[in-house]
Write a protein that binds this ligand. Structure first.
Ligand SMILES: Cc1cc2nc3c(=O)[nH]c(=O)nc-3n(C[C@H](O)[C@H](O)[C@H](O)COP(=O)(O)OP(=O)(O)OC[C@H]3O[C@@H](n4cnc5c(N)ncnc54)[C@H](O)[C@@H]3O)c2cc1C
Length: 299
């Protein structure tokens, strides 16, 4: 299908972008990397006739430390996240996910804010954001609010963002030094594949006892979910094969998947069990990834 004709606004500052959005509201579609929006445009699925191009606003692209948090500007590209010494040092679980998104071409354009804006339950940066206790900053002319990630999504492709708001920043907690982490993705191939199931986890052990497990699952419910019963089961217990089996079972039971062209609901439930089991088993056997730098600064 031929491209629809659209008018593109390219503001040079956040203030200017918010002003345009306050006037046009749902008539205009924000676009950052365009890796989702351009597909919609090509497929004739874009209802808006105007685009608000965010890629010329330098103040929306950054990665900074603030005490025990990391602040990521909404238009920060996956490539920048992968290369960031701050993310590598304090939130490497995000790198694990981001390096499995699309392909190098997609990572050169795609942004973290765009993944949130698309609000797909299969979005790969989202499960790590759940276990990193992320907060999403939404700004409009004259005000800003912060929404916890588990309140941000209302369903597939639906968020609490109002038409006159932009996602401007994502803040995440730094990971605890010495904690284990994983991001596992099951797709139909190893690049440019939408997740059939994905899972992100952070496991903190004291000697052999679990201080906490944070576990989130994607593509198995209308939004990404936290497997809270599995997390509760893990708390205060020794990591053993028996416990891993119980955690993986509870994770699978927490899912409410659909059947689609990529997999049946039943397959997704089994796959959830499998990827959670495998990720924790690797940690038990000494092959898990562990955060090395913790709160130290790296040069
Ligand atoms: C070939 C291919 C492979 C892909 N592979 C993956 C994959 O493996 N995993 C995955 O998760 N995704 C994948 N995607 C989807 C896409 O790349 C990601 O969702 C990406 O993060 C979108 O970012 P973007 O900046 O390109 O978003 P855009 O296309 O610019 O925007 C996406 C949505 O977010 C909104 N938006 C963007 N920025 C803002 C903002 N600051 N404030 C408010 N709303 C905003 C837009 O209005 C739009 O609704 C793939 C896409 C393609 C084409």
């Amino acid at each position: 299908m031929a491209y629809e004709k659209v008018e593109v606004y390219s503001p040079r500052s956040l203030a200017e972008a918010l002003e345009i959005l306050s006037q046009k509201k749902e008539q205009i579609k924000p676009v950052a990397g365009g890796t989702d929006v351009m597909v919609m445009l090509k497929d004739g699925a874009l209802k808006e006739k105007e685009l608000l191009n965010l890629s010329y606003i330098p103040e929306l692209s950054y990665i900074k430390e603030k005490e025990n948090h990391i602040l990521i500007g909404a238009t920060t590209k996956y490539r920048e996240i992968r290369r960031s010494p701050i993310i590598n040092a304090y939130a490497p679980i995000l790198i694990e996910a981001v390096r499995q998104i699309g392909s190098p071409q997609i990572q050169n354009l795609g942004t973290i804010g765009g993944n949130l804006g698309t609000a797909s339950p299969a979005g790969d940066s989202i499960p790590p954001l759940y276990v990193l206790n992320a907060k999403v900053k939404l700004q409009k002319v004259g005000s800003a609010r912060e929404v916890h990630i588990d309140k941000f999504f209302l369903g597939p492709r639906k968020t609490v963002r109002e038409a006159d708001e932009l996602i401007t920043e994502i803040s995440v907690d730094k990971m605890e030094p010495g904690s284990y982490y994983f991001f596992e993705k099951l797709g139909l191939r190893s690049a440019n594949a939408i997740s059939i199931v994905n899972a992100a986890g952070i496991l903190s052990l004291e000697n052999k006892t679990i201080k906490y497990l944070r576990l989130s699952l994607g593509a198995v419910a209308p939004t990404v979910i936290r497997a809270t019963e599995a997390e509760e089961e893990a708390k205060g217990k020794e990591l053993t094969e028996d416990l891993i089996e119980r955690i993986a079972k509870l994770a699978s039971e927490a899912t409410r998947p659909i059947s689609d062209i990529r997999g049946t609901a039943e397959y997704r439930k089994k796959a959830t069990y499998g990827i959670v089991y495998e990720a924790l088993y690797k940690i038990l056997k000494g092959y898990g990834k562990k955060i090395e730098y913790g709160f130290e600064k790296i040069s």
